[in-house]
Design a protein around this ligand. Sequence first.
Ligand code: AHR
Length: 501
Amino acid sequence: MATSARLTLDPSFRIAPVEPRLFGSFVEHMGRCVYTGVFEPGHPLADADGFRTDVLELTRELGVTLVRYPGGNFVSNYRWEDGVGPVEDRPARLDLAWRSLEGNAFGLNEFMAWAAKAGVEPMMALNLGTRGVAEALELVEYANYPGGTRLSDLRRSHGVDKPHDVRLWCLGNELDGPWQMGHKTAREYGRLAAETARALKRFDRDLSLVACGSSNSGMPTFGSWEAEVLEATYEMVDYISLHAYYDPSDGDADSFLASGADMDHMIRSIAATADHVGAKLRSRRQIKLSFDEWNVWYQSRFHGESSLEWAEHPRLIEDDYDVTDAVVVGSLLITLLRNADRVGVACQAQLANVIAPIRTEPGGPAWRQTVFHPFALTARHARGEVLRVEPECPTVSTARYGETPAIWATATHREATGEITLFVVNRDRRNPCALDVTLPAGLAPVEHLELADEDPSATNTAADPDRVVPRPGTGLRLDGRRATLTLPPASWSIVRFAPQE
Ligand code: AHR
């Protein structure tokens, strides 16, 4: 039975401008994200630098604006010096995070060259697990100082004359997690992050710094970790990080489809925690949120790092995404946009092969997973200002999050053209929803696409790479200032409205 819902799109209900850094991704030295993912010298489509041009093209099509690198858990035991200079002199190392052999053929300068070709901003993570302030400063000098010092001249001797001028730096990764090399208490990490931030800001006070928040909202120290870390670092950092991965654990698809409710709650909790610390410290600053790892990840299929055999770029967590996963990814992007006044950076983890929108085969093709599509369409069309959208709609009962609104939506407005784009999910798996949209005068629909399928478990594969693609929505009607459309069960939709000629 069809349910019904309504919402209003009004350009005066503004939340914040769309921050391009919300469409970030993540390249970690993990599994086949780097090797045979973005980098595969010898592949028929590799360019002179060994970068896969098919993956570069898909990265641009995906609309990625920023890429976090080189980890992830990998960074907490990484020596950046191993990845620069003549390739033949670079050492092989043990990557303890993923029990992998790291040959170091791809390092900082390769990543920066790749980022320039992909047209993305680099976001670098520092090793604050097994290393400290000195090594962080050395990396920043190598990367960002123009020349005339030992490390900047070393970079120049490596063929990179101009500094990379990286603006955004993560002060470590997930250091609250006992699995992390160099795991720390909040007090230990807060002290180290503060010392590192103070030194980096002395080097360049305009660097943007991200302090590590909790690894996930289930950590026993969630909330208290952020409070203690921010008390130590508040005046020196710009962002606190959040990480969240979702999957339909124990087959609970209703809760899975409502993952955006959890992400929304996390964002509000950590924003409130940061503001509480700011109030206690009588600070006028506001800390923004960097949701620098988010995605669907079937963690139940991964048996832990200790279960892994030592190998060189093994196939790790190469989840095959289906239609429902794409709907959830679309809903997580809606959640990030709904919180655009607070979330300043977001990175889908990861870009290629490892829980990724882009899949590749070594020596073979690259293709778009289902989750590629909502990301690409959102990154392309979310422009201008984010509008507050509050649907009146039924709820869906979920075991994990209680009653959650069946319709989850956001919209953006481009003042220059008058266009409004609606992004909307029907989280109800059983019923389609007749949605009634009240528009500003003079707008008419110009495009309506949806992700939905008779078979929600359908996936894209190398043999059938376009099995799941956005398809034109049906039944959209306009009557004066009212548009009506039907949202299929468990679906993600985008509707673009533009001024009528
Ligand atoms: O993205 C995979 C891993 O998930 C990252 O290395 C780590 O930061 C997180 O736990």
